[in-house]
Design a protein around this ligand. Structure first.
Ligand code: C2E
Ligand code: MG
Ligand code: MG
Length: 753
C-alpha cells in the first residue's frame, strides 16, 4: 500500500514539476517576446523621433539657406537704400509664409517688410548675428503684433565684415503644423522644449498638455506617478541624451526625447502606450492564449491518461480480484483482505482451507458444466455462512479459503460442519446418489503478525491430513504436524547424504525349506548405518523414501549389491541360493526399470535365477493393468516374482490368476494369529488356492517352533523368520551359507556310511 502511495505521490510530483517547467518555459518565452517587442517599440519610437527631428532640422536649415542666399544677394548688390532692399524681401517672405522679414544695419536699425523701422540693437539675436552666430531665436513675443514668433537672422558680410543682417520671423504655429502631421494617425504628437523643459513649441493635438509652459512641470501636475519619468527625462535633457520614458497624461504614454542640435532644443515625441502596443498586445495576447491553450491541452491529456489508467487498473483489479466462475473473491483479494483484518485484535481468527474429495471425478463423470455448478453452489453456501467482516475466496479449482472470526474454537468446527452438511446436500442431477464431500483444514491463527502465506501453509498441512482420513471432514492444525514435516524434510535430506556416503548396507535374512530345514534362499533387507554406527531400520525411512521416489534409487542399489555379492560367492565356488530383493510400488511409474535391472544383472554375470523380486500385494491396487503388464514383462525377462505381505491387502482370485506369481509370502500377521480359527481357515484356504495355481508358499515372521510345525504341516514350502535367523550382515550370511553347506556335506557322508 505504502509503495502504491509513494508511486502515486511520485507521479503527481513529476507531473507537477513538468507542468511548472512548462509554465515556466512559456512565461519565459512570453517575457522574452515581450522584451523583444518593447525593444521594437523603442526602435520605432526612435525612428519616428529621428524623422521628426530631421523634418524640424530641414525646416530650420531651409530658412537658413534662404536667408543666407538673400544676405549674399544684398551683399553683392550695390543697393544702399534700405527700403529698396526691403522691397526685394517681400516676395520671399510671402513665398515662405514668413510673418515678416527685415533688413538691419550694424547700428541696430531694422527695416521690416511691413514698413516698420525699429531698433533691435538690444535684441539677443541681433547681437549674436553680429558675432557671426546663426541660429533661430527662442520664441519671442512679436513687438508689433504681440504674437509668438521665432526669429531667424543671418549676417550680411562685405569684405569680411558684418555690415548688417537679414531677419525672418516665422510663426511658431507653422512649426507646430509641421510636427502635427507626422505620426500615428493623429494619436502621436510632439513638443519642442528647452534643456530646462521650457516649451519652445507645444502641440495642437487635443490629447497634449493644455497651456504647457514647461513639460516637467506639466508632467508633475498631471500625475504623481510621473515622478520617475520626470527624473529620467531630466537626465536626458541635462546630458543631451535620447531615450524614452513612460508617463501619464490621463493614460500611459511613451515620450521619446531627441536632442535637435538647434539651440538647446529637444524634440519630445509622444505616443499613447496603447497605440504603440496595439500590435504588441495583439501578439502577446495571442501568445498567452496559445500558452493557455497548451496548458489546457496538456492538462486534458494528463487527465485522460489518468482516467484511462484508472479504468485499466479497475479492469485489472476486477480481473485480479473477481473470480470469473463464482463472481466471488479471488485469492489475491482474499489475501489482501486477510492482511488488513488479521490485526483486528478484538477477536480470534481462523484460516480455513476447503476442497472436495475427488472433485476430479465430478468433472470426469458429469462434465465440466456440472463441476462448475457445484463450485458456484459451494460459493453460495460459503457466502451464506460468512459473518460480517469475514472473508472467503476460491483459490484454485475446487479449493476455497475462508477467514473466520471466533469466540471459541468449538464454534468454528460447528460452523465448518454446518457448511459441510449444506454442501453434501447438493445433488448432482445426473448422478443420483453422488455425494459432494467437502474436506477442511483449519488453522487457528496464533499471532496477528503471521504471514498470510504461512497461515495458508499451516491450513494446507491440516487439510492434507484431513484428506488422508477416509471419513474426516476437517482436521485442525497443531504444531506436531509441523514438527513431523520438518523431521521428514530433515530425514529426506539426510537420506540423500547417506546414499552419497555409502551408508546404506544390505542385510540378509535366510529362508529355509520347511521339510528339510535346508537353506532355500534369503531376503535382502536394507539398513541405514549412520556415521556414528547406529542402525536405522527400513520402517523408519522407506515410507518417506517412497513419498520422495528416493526408494527407486535405493532398490536399484540393493539389487546391484546383491548381484555383486552372489557373483563373489559364486566365484568362491560356494553353492548359492536365490536372494529376493524388495521392489517398491514406485517402480510401477517407470517401467524402464526392468531393462536397467536386467543390465545390472548381465553386467554382474550371474544367472537370472540367483535373484528374485518381491513386490507387496497392496501395490496392485493403484494401476491394475499397468501392474499386470509390468509383472508379465518381469516374468518374461526371467525374474521370479514373490508376492510380499500376502493377506494384508485384498487380492481377488481372478487377479492372482492374471499375475504370473511364483511365490506367495504369507504375511506375519497370519502367522501370528494361526491359532485363531478364522485365521487358520484362511491360511489353509490360501494354501490350497496357491497350490492349485502352482504357486509356492513362504511364511514370513515365523518366530516359534509351534508356528513352524503348524506351517510345515499345512504345506508351506519355505520358512522365513527369527525362529531360524534374523536379518544379518553379509559376512554372517556367508558364514551361515558355509555352515549349512558343511552340515549338508556331513549329512551326505553319514548317509553314505
Ligand atoms: P518385508 O519385505 O516384509 O520384510 C520382512 C520384514 O520382517 C523385515 O523387516 C524382517 O526383519 C522382518 N522379520 C522377519 N522375520 C521376523 C520375525 O520372526 N519377527 C519379526 N518381528 N519380524 C520379522 P525389516 O527389515 O525391518 O523390513 C521391513 C520392511 O521394509 C520390509 O518388509 C520391506 O517392505 C521394507 N524393506 C526392507 N528393505 C527394503 C528394500 O531394500 N527395498 C524396499 N523397497 N523395501 C524394503
Ligand atoms: Mg519383503
Ligand atoms: Mg513381508
Amino acid at each position: 500500500m505504502a509503495k502504491k502511495k509513494k508511486k502515486f505521490v511520485f507521479r503527481i510530483g513529476y507531473i507537477t514539476i513538468l507542468m511548472v517547467v512548462m509554465i515556466g518555459v512559456l512565461i519565459g518565452y512570453s517575457q522574452t517576446l515581450e522584451n523583444e517587442l518593447r525593444k521594437e517599440i523603442q526602435s520605432t519610437l526612435k525612428d519616428v523621433s529621428s524623422q521628426n527631428a530631421l523634418i524640424i532640422q530641414n525646416e530650420i536649415e531651409g530658412y537658413k539657406n534662404t536667408l543666407t542666399e538673400v544676405a549674399e544677394r544684398v551683399s553683392e548688390s550695390e543697393e544702399s537704400d534700405e527700403w529698396e532692399i526691403v522691397e526685394t524681401l517681400k516676395p520671399i517672405a510671402q513665398r515662405y509664409s514668413f510673418y515678416r522679414m527685415g533688413y538691419f544695419k550694424a547700428n541696430g536699425l531694422a527695416y521690416t517688410t511691413d514698413g516698420v523701422v525699429m531698433n533691435i540693437s538690444d535684441c539677443e539675436y541681433f547681437q549674436e548675428v553680429m558675432q557671426g552666430i546663426i541660429r533661430p531665436s527662442n520664441p519671442l513675443t512679436d513687438k508689433i503684433s504681440g504674437e509668438k514668433v521665432a526669429i531667424f537672422s543671418v549676417p550680411i558680410v562685405k569684405d569680411n565684415k558684418v555690415i548688417g543682417g537679414i531677419t525672418a520671423s516665422y510663426s511658431i504655429d507653422s512649426l507646430k503644423e509641421v510636427l502635427a502631421v507626422s505620426s500615428f494617425d493623429g494619436e502621436g504628437y510632439s513638443y519642442i522644449v528647452r534643456k530646462d523643459g521650457a516649451k519652445v513649441i507645444d502641440s495642437v493635438n487635443p490629447n497634449s498638455f493644455k497651456n504647457m509652459n514647461n513639460i516637467l512641470e506639466s508632467m508633475e501636475q498631471m500625475d504623481e506617478r510621473n515622478a520617475e519619468a520626470i527624473q529620467i527625462l531630466k537626465t536626458y535633457l541635462e546630458n543631451e541624451q535620447s531615450g524614452y520614458v513612460i508617463f501619464y497624461n490621463s493614460i500611459a504614454k511613451y515620450m521619446y526625447c531627441t536632442p535637435l542640435g538647434i539651440n538647446d532644443w529637444y524634440l519630445l515625441d509622444v505616443v499613447p502606450v496603447e497605440v504603440m502596443e496595439t500590435s504588441t498586445n495583439y501578439i502577446m495576447h495571442r501568445t498567452y492564449a496559445i500558452c493557455f491553450a497548451l496548458i489546457v491541452v496538456y492538462t486534458v491529456i494528463i487527465v485522460l491518461i489518468f482516467m484511462e489508467e484508472y479504468k485499466k487498473k479497475k479492469q485489472m483489479r476486477e480481473l485480479l480480484y473477481v473470480d470469473n466462475l463464482t463472481g466471488g473473491n479471488t485469492y489475491a483479494k482474499f489475501k489482501e483482505e486477510v492482511e488488513k483484518k488479521k490485526r483486528n485484535s478484538y477477536t480470534s481468527k481462523a484460516f480455513i482451507i476447503m476442497d472436495i474429495k475427488d472433485f476430479k471425478l465430478v468433472n470426469e463423470l458429469f462434465g465440466h458444466d456440472e463441476g462448475n455448478k457445484v463450485l458456484c453452489y459451494i460459493w453460495e453456501v460459503i457466502q451464506e455462512n460468512c459473518r460480517e467482516g469475514e472473508v472467503a475466496a476460491r483459490r484454485i479449482a475446487d479449493r476455497f479459503t475462508l477467514f473466520f472470526y471466533y469466540g471459541e474454537k468449538k464454534e468454528v468446527e460447528e460452523r465448518v460442519m454446518k457448511i459441510a452438511e449444506k454442501i453434501k446436500s447438493y445433488s448432482i442431477q445426473k448422478a443420483g446418489e453422488y455425494i459432494v464431500q467437502p474436506v477442511f483444514g483449519i488453522y487457528y491463527i496464533e499471532k496477528d503478525t503471521e504471514d498470510v502465506d504461512d497461515m495458508l501453509n499451516c491450513a494446507t498441512l491440516a487439510h492434507n491430513i484431513a484428506k488422508k482420513e477416509a471419513e474426516g471432514v476437517y482436521f485442525v492444525y497443531n504444531n506436531d504436524i509441523k514438527d513431523k514435516m520438518l523431521k521428514k524434510k530433515q530425514l529426506s535430506d539426510q537420506m540423500d547424504h547417506a546414499y552419497r556416503h555409502h551408508q546404506f548396507v544390505v542385510f540378509y535374512q535366510p529362508k529355509y525349506a520347511a521339510e528339510t530345514k535346508e537353506l532355500a534362499g534369503a531376503e535382502a533387507l536394507v539398513r541405514w548405518r549412520k556415521s556414528d554406527g547406529t542402525m536405522v531400520p527400513p520402517g523408519m525411512f522407506i515410507p518417506l523414501a517412497e513419498e520422495t521416489n528416493f526408494v527407486c534409487k535405493l532398490d536399484k542399489y540393493v539389487f546391484q549389491e546383491v548381484c555383486l555379492a552372489q557373483k563373489r560367492w559364486m566365484d568362491k565356488g560356494m553353492k548359492i541360493v536365490p536372494i529376493s530383493v524388495n521392489l517398491s510400488r514406485r517402480h510401477l511409474n517407470n517401467p524402464e526399470f526392468i531393462e536397467e535391472y536386467k543390465a545390472i544383472l548381465d553386467e554382474s554375470g550371474i544367472p537370472i535365477d540367483c535373484v528374485q523380486l518381491e513386490i507387496t500385494e497392496s501395490a496392485m491396487y493403484e494401476k491394475q493393468e499397468e501392474f499386470i503388464r509390468i509383472m508379465e514383462k518381469l516374468h518374461e525377462t526371467g525374474f521370479k516374482i514373490l508376492m510380499d505381505d500376502f493377506g494384508t491387502g485384498y487380492s481377488s482370485l481372478t487377479m492372482l490368476r492374471q499375475i504370473p506369481i511364483d511365490v506367495m509370502k504369507l504375511d506375519k500377521t497370519f502367522v501370528d494369529d494361526y491359532k485363531d480359527v478364522k485365521s487358520e481357515q484362511i491360511i489353509r484356504c490360501v494354501l490350497r488356492m496357491a497350490q492349485n495355481l502352482d504357486i509356492s508358499i513362504t511364511a514370513e515372521g515365523v518366530e516359534t517352533e509351534e508356528q513352524y510345525i503348524f506351517l510345515r504341516e499345512i504345506g508351506c514350502d519355505t520358512i522365513q523368520g527369527y525362529y531360524f535367523a534374523k536379518p544379518m550382515p553379509e559376512s554372517d550370511y556367508e558364514k551361515c551359507m558355509e555352515k549349512k553347506q558343511e552340515e549338508k556335506a556331513n549329512e551326505e557322508i553319514c548317509e553314505r556310511i
